[in-house]
Design a binder for this molecule. Structure first.
Ligand code: GLV
Ligand code: MN
Ligand code: MN
Length: 422
């Protein structure tokens, strides 16, 4: 018997894996991944699945005005702020089975395991599915955990539009998940998010658990480049104002900014739309996105300055113009040291190899850290591949992460609110 967290209690690894595979069928792609963009019919389907499973586990489910779903397992004193677990069930267009999903379903599994063992916690426990973590359909990412934490207003979120002009707020109502509870009204005692690492470090070092100390800073930009549509056959090369050629130079400049601040910096153009996108028209307008990241905010700021200068240079002496908008700034986050220690102690007590790690990816925990003591637990994924249908995690690693989650949650309940009766 260890004194940390769960004692001999373990989650049911087979049941957790079966749940992951069940949800993987909702939006399954031919290549073995998932396409389940936020606020689509498939998102509604997986939400319905989740709500039904939580109710089966005896939880009361509430939905807030941003569609965040919280399932609560009562504790001894239900006036205490709950200790929450969770992540997201939305995916990228070519997403994998694990990104986000394991954080939600391991939370559910923790609640189920506590039910099986008849354990009563001091505080209620909750598992939360946050709306639109990915930011793929509606930018920015982590939108609804951001509203929960006060980083954005609800109206800002409702007004986000996808690339077809559909509004977040309308789509939330359409799928039937705009709830009554004011987003952010629910106070959390602590928040833990289990996630795949989405990078190569844990696998390379053969460690099972990443004790996540923080999340790197990230900024998103939108650029619209304007030239002139013209006939591809009859417009001589020297008379062209080709927005796509200018964009190609800009994309190379983005890469150069990333390389100039390597190895810790990354810089990406992930979304691009050329207009009118007809094979015999010189593109007159291009829209594209830029994603810059680095663990230090000062470096992210320096990257932005370099980028602006480099983009200006690409169009110097041409008739091409462009607009450049920073649409999101998510500063670097440092997680709560007591929660981090709890994860470290749980990994050690359970005998898992571990290391401290900073997250390269954004996560809902990054915003929740503003309003509650928060940390994350990482488990390895094969070759660090993520945001890819081939994303793969080992059942044993996912189970290990869920066991650490269970132990850290119980440890935190005891730390914040006193020892349990059993
Ligand atoms: C979220 O998945 C991000 O890191 O962009
Ligand atoms: Mn994720
Ligand atoms: Mn993701």
């Amino acid at each position: 018997m260890t004194s940390v967290g769960a004692g001999n209690l373990r989650i049911d690894a087979d049941r957790l894996w079966a749940s992951i595979m069940e949800t993987a069928a909702i939006g399954a792609t031919e290549k073995g991944g998932i396409k389940r963009l936020t606020l689509t019919d498939l998102d509604r389907e997986v939400r319905n699945w989740f709500v039904a499973r939580c109710e089966n586990a005896g939880c009361s489910v509430s939905i807030d005005t941003l569609g965040n779903i919280s399932a609560r397992r009562p504790g001894r004193d239900n006036s205490l702020p709950p200790i929450a677990m969770g992540s997201h069930l939305d995916t990228q267009p070519t997403g994998g089975k694990f990104d986000g999903v394991i954080g939600v379903l391991s939370g559910l599994e923790v609640l189920r395991s506590l039910n099986d063992a008849g354990v009563e916690t001091n505080a209620p426990l909750e598992v939360i599915n946050w709306t639109n973590e990915e930011g793929s359909r509606f930018a920015p990412a982590m939108l609804s955990s951001g509203v929960f934490a006060g980083a954005f207003t609800p109206d800002y979120a409702y007004d986000r539009e996808d690339r077809e002009g559909k509004r977040f707020g309308d789509e939330l109502i359409r799928i039937g998940y705009k709830g009554d509870e004011p987003c952010g009204a629910r106070k959390l005692g602590a928040f833990f998010e289990l996630h795949i690492e989405q990078g190569p470090i844990l696998e390379a070092e053969e460690r099972t658990i990443g004790i996540v100390t923080g999340v790197q800073g990230m900024r998103w930009y939108e650029v619209t480049v304007t030239g002139m549509d013209c006939h591809a056959g009859s417009t001589p090369m020297h008379l062209r104002q080709d927005a796509l050629v200018a964009t190609a130079r800009m994309i190379a400049a983005v890469q150069s900014v990333g390389l100039a601040h390597a190895p810790d910096a990354v810089a990406t153009v992930g979304l691009i739309e050329a207009r009118p996108n007809s094979r015999n028209v010189i593109p007159g307008e291009v829209f594209f996105s830029i994603d810059l990241r680095h663990p230090q905010d000062t470096v992210v700021a320096a990257m932005e300055a370099d980028l602006r200068h480099a983009l200006d240079e690409t169009v110097a002496g041409t008739r091409i113009t462009f607009t450049f908008d920073r649409i999101w700034d998510s500063p670097a986050v440092h997680f709560d040291e007591a929660c981090v220690s709890s994860v470290a102690a749980a990994s050690e007590a359970l005998g898992y190899s571990s290391r401290r790690i900073t997250s390269g990816a954004g996560h809902d925990a990054a915003y929740i850290a503003r309003v509650a003591p928060t940390t994350m637990i990482f488990v390895p994924c094969e070759k660090g591949i993520s945001h890819n249908e081939l994303e793969k995690a080992e059942p044993g690693d996912v189970a290990a992460g869920a066991n650490v989650l269970l132990a850290a949650v119980l440890d935190t309940d005891a730390r914040l609110y006193g020892p349990r009766d059993r």
